[in-house]
Design a protein. Sequence first.
Lengths: 228, 295
Amino acid sequence: MIEMINVYKKYPNGIVAANGIDVKIEQGDFVYVVGPSGAGKTTFIKMMYREERPTSGDILINGINLATLKNSKVPLLRRQIGVVFQDFKLLPRLSVYENVAFALEVIEETPKVIRQKVMDVLELVGLKGKARMFPTELSGGEQQRVSIARSIVNRPKLVIADEPTGNLDPETSWEIMNIFKEINARGTTIIMATHNREIVNTIRHRVIAVEGGLITRDEYGGEYGYEG
Amino acid sequence: MKGRTLARHFRESLKSISRNGWMTFASVSAVTVTLLLVGVFVMIMMNLNKVADDLEKDVEIKVYVELTADEAAITKLEQDIKDTTGIEEVTYSPKGEELSKLVVDFGEDLRLFEQQNPLHDVFYAKATNPQETEKVAAKLDRLDNTFEVKYGEGKIEKLFSFLNTGRNVGLVLILALLFTAMFLISNTIRITIVARRRDIEIMKLVGATNWFIRIPFILEGMWLGILGAIIPITLVTVLYSNIYKLLEPKLESGNLFKLLEFSPFIYQVNALILLMGVLIGIWGSFMSVRKFLRV
Ligand SMILES: Nc1ncnc2c1ncn2[C@@H]1O[C@H](COP(=O)(O)OP(=O)(O)OP(=O)(O)O)[C@@H](O)[C@H]1O
Ligand SMILES: [Mg+2]
């Protein structure tokens, strides 16, 4: 369902962050993307929801070629992908409920369906009681759970997360992983960039290692494989 | 776009107005100040223009008939004057009547002349377009049996050039004011939107189309315009009604010119203020949000 073919990305400042990436990810896979800082993990991920465009090569998601996708169609692509950001990217003036509902308002769901789905997903991430609070009133872990709730409320087939536990303490990180585990169990593909060796080594999944813009290792049930 | 989405955008714009506290306040203040200036200015300009119109309408061309002209010639001359293009309202005043006017102005002594009236019969005419008085007067002068044509030459030209300059200056000032208003308001709105630049980026990342993001901002601009129009409309209305009450009785007696009637004039000014507020608000939001929507 996701395929990258000879993807190359050079930033305007001359840095090459993807140097010929070839990879295939099947529906339902759980993939860790690991590698040292500056290896190109975030770039790899950003290209999947067209925050960045590849300089050359093709990226196919559910048969859509992102390299040739028109700008006006990008919103349609993003509605099919749930993205969890390291810095959460919540709308500060909207409540927890409204932040999650936003993803459904965008696809013009009925208010009734929106209420039902938002409450269901807030229950899943354990934030039902904080629906009326604002992001600034929440802890980092809670904000991250709102961000996850927003990314999955629309039941996308693919969820992408860039260091979702990067800002969280170990205990909260495990809670977050449990949510991902549950989503993955429903058949959702999960791609997660992470520096968390403990998680990668404990909950074993496919590991893709990126270094210098290249995939240097790709194994199912692999280890984190870096120091620190 | 579905109806419920439009309803959502309306709700969202209202929420944003109330949640953005001081930013809303700043924008509304900017709109208020500029609309107030525009309103007062338009009020003054429209009335000055009315005064100018009244003064112009007062300009008369006086056609003195040759003393030798007989009745048939006078009838023909009247027809000729009426047939001249650019002329309206021709009235005839025979020399007897002319003398009576002088008696009224200068005293009974003049009645001595009633036996041997030295005055001319006169036609009073008005140019359809007062600004063309000079041209029309020259045409009348060429007709048969006219002794002299007078319209206050010299004075009239000065009055007209004064009024025209006044009108042009007024127009330029209004345009300059409007331009400043647009600039000031769109700048204030831009500042409030720059503060929400990150929100716009996030919305895009979550799959919102440009229009989905834009419409609530545009509606918000509209509310800002409407809120900003409230004080100017109230003040301008109160101000004009007081000025009207104060000045109108005095002008009534002078009878040279009058102020514009309170209704419908003040409603037109109010509608203009509201319309401008709304347009400027919408335009300001649209322009400001446009910059941040580029992918
Ligand atoms: N917007 C950008 N403009 C220019 N260069 C960039 C940009 N984003 C990333 N880079 C560069 O591309 C390279 C890869 O960056 P990327 O963010 O993909 O690394 P990463 O693997 O996610 O690192 P980290 O683990 O620290 O998050 C780095 O050298 C970085 O400096
Ligand atoms: Mg990164």
